[in-house]
Design a binder for this molecule. Sequence first.
Ligand code: SF4
Length: 839
Amino acid sequence: MDDMDGDRTTADISDRVAHVFGEATPHPRHTVWPAREDQYLQKGVTEQDVDRWVQSACLLCSNGCGADIAVKDGVMVGIRGRAGDTVNHGRLGPKGLYGSTPWAASPDRLRRPLVRENGRLVETDWATAMGRVVEESKRLLAEKGPLSHGFYTSGQLFLEEYYTLAVIGKAGLGTPHMDGNTRLCTATSAAAFKESFGADGQPGSYTDIEHCDAIFLFGHNMPETQTVLWTRILDRTGGDNPPRVVCVDPRHTAVADEADRTGGVHLAPRVGTNLALMNGLTRELLENEWVDLHWVDAHTIGLDDLRKTVEPYTPDHVAEICGTSPDDLRKAARIFGESSAVLSTVLQGFYQSHQATAASVAVHNLHLLRGMIGRPGAGVLQMNGQPTAQNNRECGADGDLPGFRNWENPAHVQQLADAWNVDVMTIPHWAPPTHAMQIMSYAETGSIGFLWISATNPAVSMPESARIRKLLAGDQCFVVVQDLFLTETAELADVVLPAAGWGEKTGCFTNVNRVVHLSEQAVEPPGEARSDLDIFLMYADAMGFTDQEDQPLIGWRTPEEAFDAWTAITAGRPVDYTGLTYDKLRGPSGIPWPVNDEHPYGTDRLYTDGVFPTDTETCETFGHDLQTGGVVTEQEHRALAPSGRAFLKGAPYTPAHEAPSEDFPLLFTTGRTVFQFHTRTKTGRSRSLNRAAADAWVEMSVVDAAALGVAEGDWVRVESPRGAIEVRARIGRVMQGAVFAPFHYGHWDPDDLADAGHRSANELTMTVWDPVSKQPYFKTAACRVTALRPGDGAAPAPTTTASAPARGRLPATTGGAPTSSHVLARAPHYELDPSQRSD
Ligand code: SF4
């Protein structure tokens, strides 16, 4: 491993591995979050050495913290938070600080294209590599038509790249087989918005944290997934008049600790039972008349059906299903029912679990019942995992139509056909877009014979990874991979295209809170690597895609031109970018959409007037039955006459697909650590982060470990009906009966670790998905654990996070010694833009 980010000592408070959240800046309710400018420069670099700072935002989670990149001698050497940015007020977390730049100069970057010759990948030039891609693409188009083509992209490209890819797929080729790894992380967020409010789009605002008096986190380990956002909450809970925190999570995370500390409650439902818990909370609101009936009458439909659906879920019944205390459920419901402004956040504990969309929609139901949406402090944040997942959903590279358009609405499809000047029948709209799991099944059979994977690593991140690796390696499908490194997926490709990464190209991306940032190119990419936009344009040129006048289908050459084309296509849609330009985004802060003549400075929160995009002509979907996924037809939707009202929707709880059995008596669930991002393509190349979480582990409860004779650090074998891993055990704070494993680890760095081939958590997970969002389940599978042999010390799990040991003390996880210019905390100087004020 290359030591790109130097050494740091363990004792220093500025070690943001040991002290993840940094210096606290507590403040009272209804006051502005103080600024704190965090900065990190690589070893040997001082501020005076920095040649220039280049505007950007952090690309290592969906929070999208505003940041500047430090450049010295043409190399990215550090990062600092932008104090004027509405998202982070200058803060950066450990991933952003230590993981943003070291990967870029890593010696194992892909510098030239690769093609497979006699079973081996060999270097070649662009003409040869793209020539093979185009030759195979044209051959299959001629023989089988556009359905032979599939595209599987990412949550980490830029808006301009997604939009260009969407136009290629939908108007150039005409294939419905497009999706992204956003299907694994954020599809349920989009689906839940569509079902409740008619269209995707985050209703709430981060500024709701400043105004709420209760915060509910549903399946959201925020301290490890959106670290800076959790810092924002800690600064409220540490100040005067703090909100109470309610944690819904089977693990005892830092959120659970904060719930205890603030007088809230920690509800730990059995893995796979979220919906029963949510039905119980909903029933409590109704039973206790904690409902704003006047608001509900005016702004929602579906109350009677919802009441019937949740009626059986008494606190005692919920306790039987979920293993939670009836009194805790009552207490949580009372907090929701009696607070003046509740903010809810939702993430993978709900999205990647059984009955994902129904459980996430149930969070909306709680807010709608209380009329708590669209006003300061009262909002929902259905979170994303990845930094640009939102753009994939907006632009249509995930299969949806660009601009939150409804594929079943002929007028919406015609708008795109007119904009692109193509025959409307070219644009696939005869069936729902193909979701990622189905794309892989088609690739497995060869029905899709051409699969282009960009900026993602399904060989590690998709469920049942042995199956994924096999289908990618097979001869039945020609696989193109475009990435920064020779990932576990790229190793299996027929052609590998070297891509430029963050800081090496220009483009925009939108965080989970609708805030759009411009990220400017800071340095040149290595070797012959090219931006993803340039690669897509190269393919479009070579394929000769044209419009109805035989003009090039894609009329843009630069990121800014692509952005302008995108803003035009959003006119009149909820996701309205028409008031945004690159120049406007060069100001002190990112700007939340919609941005248009009515809202020239952006929009802090949606639905302030209680009017939702649910009209039949406007909505992005006509909706689904949340239990079965059965579609609501246009006629049925029209008959409901939603007229701008939100939907209250429910579903009964059903047991998860794979329950524990005699052979597999434990529940297997996967998740994240604060120190790694996805499959570690970037963060695994930061020495500080890698020291903090270098290798895989599993967490077991004290009781289960004792029963199996497993001690801290022992090697164990964890098996499901689909595969096995051999890793070390942390005796942690996971609930009894459950086994937790981080999903980040594949085998790209086996030179460092002899066991690396047997540590991928997705060897064990299942090929099964939510009926509405099609998001696969990573949180519910059965497993067994066998003790193998003693380890040589503690497990490689962090000790400063939810992975901390349950008992006893271990040395604190640290990243190392301070560099010449480590984390700085500067005086607050943040001023709210008038458009961002909530009070
Ligand atoms: S919270 Fe997310 S966006 Fe912000 S610095 Fe950390 S990883 Fe980057």
